[in-house]
Design a protein around this ligand. Structure first.
Ligand SMILES: Nc1ncnc2c1ncn2[C@@H]1O[C@H](COP(=O)(O)OP(=O)(O)OP(=O)(O)O)[C@@H](O)[C@H]1O
Length: 382
């Protein structure tokens, strides 16, 4: 990889200060992409501190302005001598308090878009506005680090907790790095956040003493510790079983509805899409489609989710064999369940025979998140 560096890029990377938010990232791609960016306008390397300051002080009004705005955003990575276009002219506006899911084909640009919104990557071309602040290729790393610490929270599929710290200490860390609260205030807030995600009895557990679902709940508590306006979620339930998925989704939906945190969630699990206000489908580096979820359908989904989570907490949910909508690159391709050998189903699902769905698989809930029977009923809405 060293052969791809230009002296300028190398120097720039070495002078970058330690970033508080790095603890929330587990992605090697972060490091790679910062070396491999191919700016469309090399002149943008110049940095104007006055302009940045002006932008930082701009009066953002969440009532009237979008919390995130992407205008004609392009991102091209350099792979050897070739440019790999990851985003090709993306326009998207997101209002404060919205819940957005991003679905799409593999390599379609979902993670790249999330990384650009999260200021982990900079666009090669185009403008990105986060809470009224304009981010472009020349934006200084210090300003980006400050935006991440103050405005954004991150939750990834791999939980990225620090193994040598307890749950409580993991949640305290971003608040300590921000330095706005006293030691006592930090501790009290960390305890309250862990109680809020149902882990009041796990404060002193280390990550390896917690289940996957519990670790992800610690990650969420950590991600919201500095009161972010926006939570960026990259496959947050990808490694979780059904029950943990339900618990985590309920926490996320509550945070969105009660604390008005804007949620942007990349997922391959189409059964989660209707928890959002809007679904953005990406393909080939572009937004292929934006779908509004009918509010009554969303309310219904959330009500069922709450009911399920209540049952989970009462210990009334049993493991059963269940049917799950499979994940394929083509979410929209429908197949017939039980029809002429297309999708095989066990006898206890014969009532689903003939229903059109995306590629479907049957697994034990303990193996993988499952789609409950209800979600593949003929009246299913996705
Ligand atoms: N650091 C990088 N260097 C080179 N190419 C990259 C880099 N990161 C992403 N790409 C390429 O950019 C394109 C978009 O990738 P991205 O990861 O954003 O897609 P995705 O929709 O998140 O895919 P998936 O669903 O498989 O995670 C792909 O062609 C990918 O190979």
């Amino acid at each position: 990889m060293a052969s791809h560096f230009t002296p300028t890029e190398e120097r720039k990377e070495h002078t970058t200060p330690p970033d508080a938010f790095a603890l929330q990232i587990g992605s090697d791609r972060f490091a790679q992409s910062r070396f491999q960016e191919a700016p469309s306008d090399p002149g943008l390397y110049g940095y104007d501190p006055e302009e940045a300051q002006k932008e930082e002080e701009s009066k953002y009004n969440p009532q009237t302005e979008e919390v995130i705005k992407l205008v004609n955003v392009h991102k091209t990575y350099l792979l050897g001598l070739e440019g790999v276009p990851a985003l090709r002219g993306v326009n998207l506006s997101i209002k404060a308090g919205e819940f957005i899911t991003i679905l799409g084909t593999s390599g379609g640009g979902k993670t790249t878009m999330l990384n650009i919104i999260g200021t982990i990557d900079k666009p090669s071309k185009g403008d990105v506005y986060i809470c009224g602040l304009r981010i472009k290729y020349s934006t200084k790393d210090q300003l980006l680090a400050s935006i991440r610490l103050n405005k954004l929270g991150f939750v990834f599929q791999t939980f990225n907790l620090i193994g040598s710290l307890t749950a409580l200490e993991n949640v305290e860390l971003p608040m300590q790095l921000r330095g706005k609260l006293s030691r006592d205030q930090v501790r009290k807030r960390a305890v309250a956040l862990l109680e809020e995600v149902g882990l009041g009895s796990r404060l002193d557990h280390f990550p390896n003493q917690l289940s996957g679902g519990e670790q992800q709940r610690v990650t969420i508590a950590r991600a919201i510790s500095n009161n972010p306006s926006i939570l960026l979620l990259d496959e947050p339930t990808g490694d979780l079983d059904t029950r943990s998925t339900d618990i985590v989704m309920k926490i996320l939906v509550d945070l969105c509805q009660q604390k008005k945190i804007t949620m942007i969630m990349v997922t391959h699990d189409v059964s989660l899409k209707s928890f959002a206000n809007r679904v953005v489908r990406m393909a080939d580096g572009k937004i292929a489609k934006i779908e509004e979820i009918d509010p009554s359908i969303r309310d219904d989904m959330i009500k069922h989710l709450s009911d399920r989570v209540d049952l989970i907490h009462k210990g009334e949910v049993k493991d059963t064999l269940a049917i799950r909508e499979g994940i394929s690159g083509q979410d929209d391709v429908k197949q017939t369940i039980g029809g002429h050998g297309k999708v095989t189903i066990p006898v206890n699902f014969t009532d689903l025979q003939g229903i059109e769905t995306s590629k479907t698989s049957v697994r034990k809930p303990s193996d993988y998140p499952v789609l409950r029977e209800r979600f593949v009923s003929p009246s299913r809405r996705y």
